[in-house]
Design a protein around this ligand. Sequence first.
Ligand code: PBG
Length: 324
Amino acid sequence: MNYPMNFRRQRQTEALRRLFSEVSLTSKNLVQPYFVYEELKKPEPLTSLSGQTKHTGDSLVKEVETLLKNKVSSVMLFFVPTQKAEKNFSYDFDTKTIHRLKETFGPDLNLFTDMCLCSNTVSGHCGICTDKGIIDNNSSVKELAHKSLQYAQAGSDAICPSDMMDHRVKAIRETLNANNLHQTLIMSYSTKFSSNFYGPFREAAKSAFQFGNRKTYQLDYRHTSDAIRCSLRDAEEGADSLMVKPATLYLDIIKEIKTNPQTAHLPLAAYHVSGEYQSLHLMEKAGIMSFKEGYLETLTAIRRAGADIIITYGAKDFRDFYEL
Ligand code: PBG
């Protein structure tokens, strides 16, 4: 056999390496998360996440204009309310902001909204607590479906439940359909692990839990089959797309969900979370890695594992960083 043993031949120049590369990564694959604060009068730097901003409604509109020019069409919004509550949550600020963005940008913008209660609750948990400090599944799902309806009516293109209560996708789908919102997508955080890498986010979203941890609802990273069946269930309950979160520590799970015949037909997102993103910046600050180079390698690895979509804080800077 005339086997080409000389593999280095193909790696000689950047032009050749580029020609033979197999994984594509463009700004169309990316979703930019933004934090919007009810209490702020003007935008401020978000100190726990390099290059990110705490937005007001006004500053977000300007920011999204630039984002669209940079060919990123999708945003994931996190609203940070002034008042925490135990019940009777108010979503007025959130819905006004959603409405305004959709009025301004229309169908050019894919407006996704994170669906959770952790920024709303006094406990900082993603669901509603009983007197005994247990996160109650039924009342939480009811509130999430109610909140989803408000967001969808305001114009959110996709509801993205990240709370990890059982059967929230089914409840949200039924509520949306019952209100004639058949076209609103559900992009579920279907496989979301209880991770140590959410720290900078919780500081940003003011959503740190006041007691216990999130291990009774987020997934245990030792349990592979639970990770797979959660995505399977959300697919069965009507999710339009699935997600693995965090991304880089869970490339095996991304690959498995993308290749499993029962889930492979759905678009798969991966969330490159705050701690993953910030650790690359900290390595650069320590002088041991270039953020840009390390970030490109990271995003490419997530795509190579099988993610169609990547939610990542550097989406807005992607075109400034790289000419791909
Ligand atoms: C809300 C939510 C979290 C993240 C996304 N949605 C925090 C959490 O579950 O504690 C984390 C995102 C990130 O770290 O970038 N539940």
